[in-house]
Each structure stands twice: as C-alpha cells, then as structure tokens.
Design a protein around this ligand. Structure first.
Ligand code: ARG
Length: 458
C-alpha cells in the first residue's frame, strides 16, 4: 500500500518487527467506526460521490460482519489493522476502496482508533469501580458496629469498626473514579483530519466526524494530535493507582485470611488448595491482584519512557503504545471484578476480630481521654497515667478493662467509677464521633451519604 517508490520488498525480519496486527487487531471495531465516519463525511463534502461513499460504507459493514465472525485473516505483510481493513475492503468492493484514504493518514487514523478504545476502557473501568464500590457499601452496611482492631505499624492501635475500615477503601475508589472521569473529559477530542502531520488541503468537516464518533470537538493542532498519547498515560496513571488500591485491599484479605489472624474465611469460590498440603486454603485471587498491580505500574512507566524522547510528530515507536495499554486494561478489568466478588463473598469472623481488638490494652487511649476530658488532667499527664495502668495490667496478667476501680485508683485517685465503662472496645468505638471517625453513627451516616451520592449519579 506504500510500495510505489520501492523496488524490493522488506527483509523477513523487517516484516516481523514492523507487523503489529497480532496486537492491534483488537482495534478493528474502532477502525471501522472511524472509517465509516470519515467516508460519510467525504461524501457529504462532495469529495467522494454519494454512490462511492455508500459503496465504501456497505463494504465496511461487510468487513465488520466478517471480523465479528472471527474471520479476520492475519497477514504480517499487511502490517496493522488499518491495512487489513482496507485490503479486505478492496477485495470486496474493488478499486473504489482506495478512495477511503483520501485526506487521511494512518497517523490520524491510529490516534483516533486508539482514543475510541481508551475511552471505552475508561467506561469499563468506571463500571468495574462501581461494582466494587457497591460490594464495599453492602458489606460496610452489614458491619457498621462490628469491632475490629485498627492498626498502625501493623500493630493493634485502637478499636475501629469493620464498616469504617471498608469505607476507607470506598474513599480511595472514589478518587480513582474521579481520575478516570477526569481523563475521559480531557481525552475526548477527534484527531481525524490531522492527516499525516500537517492537516490536509481537502475541504473536510472535522466537527461532524468528531460528533459522529462521540467526541466533544476536533483536536486543535495536527502535529500534537498525531503524536499525543497523553490520554494513554492518563488512563495508565489512573489504572496504576487503582491497582495500588486493589493491591492494598488484596493484602488485607491475605492477612485476614491467614489462620494467624483468622478475621475472614475465604469461601471456596475464591480459594485454591495445595497439591501437596491438604490443609491449605490459599487466597490466590487476592495474591494475583496484588501481583498484577506490578505489571500495571510497569505499563505506566513503559508509556512515559516511550514518549519522553520523541520529537514531533509521529514516530513508529508509538506503535509500542498498545501492548501496555491492553495489558493494563485486561488486568484492571479482572482485578476489579475479582475484588468485587471476593468482598461480596468473604465470610467475616467477628469474634476473632473483637478478641484481637480487645487484646493489647487497646483502650488505653480511652482511659487517657477520660482523664483529660472528664477529670481536667492535662493530656500529657493523662497519657502517662494510662501507661502506668497498662503496666499494672500487664504485671497482674489482666486486660486493662479487667482492672478493678481500686487497682486503678491506686495508680491515680482521679480515676472515677465512670471511667470504667469507657474501657470496653464497644464504648471506645462509640466514642469516636468526630466527623469521619469510626463511631457507628458516623459510619452509618457516611454510608447513607455514599448511597445518596450514587443515586444522584445514576
Ligand atoms: N501501526 C501503526 C501504529 O500503531 C499505525 C501508524 C503507522 N503510521 C506510519 N506512518 N507508519 O502506530
């Protein structure tokens, strides 16, 4: 298709390194949609006759029907999906197919196809995030008052509620959603009509093509349009950070499912056994989500490095933009679905969580807070007194909340009877009523607000 000035064909290895069809065949739907919009516009503008445009349109429909049937025949000599479609179109409708490429280049063509693909990938990511958010909300709602340890340094710090913990991931996903949505707004421009790099002398109606393909407007600068892959980076950045969030959640599930924690049981649907150790029930899906985030982060880095040394405008390096994007999209789609499924199906073990929350004198802060809030003791001093109480509990082999009033008053006489009920884990979480805190009433409000926001978005 470009051989006019060439006498010899490419070397076998040249053909092999040049061919991208094995990867970019995934763009066939986008390629045909963009070609149909371009041909129709050429017809409207009188650049092609109405009959020529109609013949090309019908031919493209036929190619699409064949490809939908799995009849795309890969030929490395035809390099990429754009040449495959045009070649098949030529076989079907004859030389008039050659008019489709009027006022177009593969450079603006691939930029357009890829934008259409990434836009759809963003929409799928948003749907996947939505499903995981729903699962988190449902489980949070069931566990507004379920007490578990809250950790710092992976050591039990203060009791929290499971609902609050799950809603922390809901908050992360809300930011992920907004990054994808933001990327979608920014990328929704049509490169078609930029041609190879300089634009074209044909009297195009770029705005109508943009509108037909669901873009908000034509791109502003032809050089930028054919070489810009910022939209891929935006997608990959949003995907990488989402995958980091999924990986953190996966890590929690892995820890919680370990018999040493025992906070959750993995249902059969989300575990695998060991081929040698009959006792094992492994959290493989969570481990794979955690592991696959490495690849998604690498995909982002690939694109950034690919772009950083490229002069304007198109260079063939840009053909290497697709494998990282496709890989990230596939892994993110699976990861979101796996996490939504696991969260929905996890069997929580509240007794284990509560016991762990109560261990380690986790309500020592509550004793200090009571002294500071109710007995007028400066917090620094209150902290010291509560520390002495922990030491006394440890010395007598008891939990802090098992010390008697007289034992506590021996440490500091300002500790009154009213302090005692504050030392249970339930009282502790109930007292954390600051906005955004773990108190069940605050968590219930957060869930209600999230539900309302989701309803207004729908
Ligand atoms: N297969 C190419 C890609 O994905 C299409 C653009 C080719 N353009 C060119 N001038 N060789 O980037």
């Amino acid at each position: 298709m470009w051989g006019g000035r060439f006498d010899g064909g490419p070397a076998a290895v040249m053909r092999e390194i040049n061919a991208s069809i094995a990867v970019d065949k995934r763009l066939w739907r986008e390629d045909i949609a963009a070609s149909k919009a371009h041909a129709a516009m050429l017809g409207r503008q009188g650049i092609l006759s109405g009959e020529e445009a109609a013949t090309i349109d019908a031919g493209l429909d036929q190619v699409a029907a064949e490809y939908a049937d799995g009849k795309l025949v890969e030929d490395p000599a035809l390099e990429d999906i754009h040449m495959h479609v045009e070649h098949r179109l030529t076989e079907l409708i004859g030389p008039v197919a050659g008019k489709l490429h009027t006022a177009r280049s593969r450079n603006d063509q691939v930029a357009t196809d890829f934008r259409l693909f990434v836009r759809a990938a963003i929409d799928q990511a948003l749907a996947g995030i939505d499903a995981l958010e729903e699962a988190l909300l449902n489980r949070a709602e069931q566990n507004v008052g379920t007490v578990m340890p809250g950790f710092t340094h992976l050591q039990s710090g203060q009791p929290v509620t499971l609902g609050h913990h799950l809603m922390a991931y809901f908050a992360m996903l809300g930011r992920d959603r907004s990054r994808f949505a933001d990327a979608r707004v920014r990328m929704n421009e049509s490169p078609l009509g930029s041609a190879a790099l300089a634009g074209t002398g044909f009297d195009l109606d770029r705005a109508s093509v943009a509108a037909e393909l669901g873009f908000d407007r034509p791109s502003a600068n032809s050089l930028d349009a054919v070489s810009d892959r910022d939209f891929v980076v935006d997608y990959l950045h949003a995907a990488a950070l989402t995958s980091v969030h999924l990986s953190r959640l996966a890590e929690e599930i892995i820890l919680w499912a370990s018999p040493m924690f025992g906070f959750v049981k993995l249902p059969d649907a989300w575990s695998t056994g060991s081929s040698i150790m009959p006792n094992k029930r492994n959290p493989d899906a969570a481990e794979l989500v955690r592991g696959q985030s490495a690849g998604i982060i690498a995909n982002l880095v690939s694109l950034l490095v690919l772009l950083k040394g490229l002069p304007l405008a198109y260079s063939k390096d840009l053909q290497e933009d697709k494998p990282p994007l496709f890989a990230a999209h596939d892994h993110l789609t699976l990861g979101l679905a796996a996490m939504a499924g696991m969260i929905a199906d996890l069997i929580f073990v509240p007794d284990k969580m509560r016991a762990a929350a109560a261990a380690g004198h986790a309500t020592a802060t509550d004793l200090a807070d009571w002294l500071a809030g109710e007995a007028g003791v400066p917090f620094r001093e209150a902290h010291h007194i509560a520390g002495s109480a922990v030491a006394a509990a440890e010395a007598s082999g008891k939990a802090l909340d098992q010390l008697s009033l007289s034992e506590l008053q021996a440490i500091d006489p300002r500790i009154a009877e009213a302090a005692l009920p504050r030392l249970s884990v339930e009282a502790s979480v109930a007292s954390r009523t600051s906005a955004g805190g773990t108190a069940p009433i605050r968590v219930a409000e957060a869930i209600a607000a999230a539900r309302a926001a989701r309803r207004s978005r729908a």
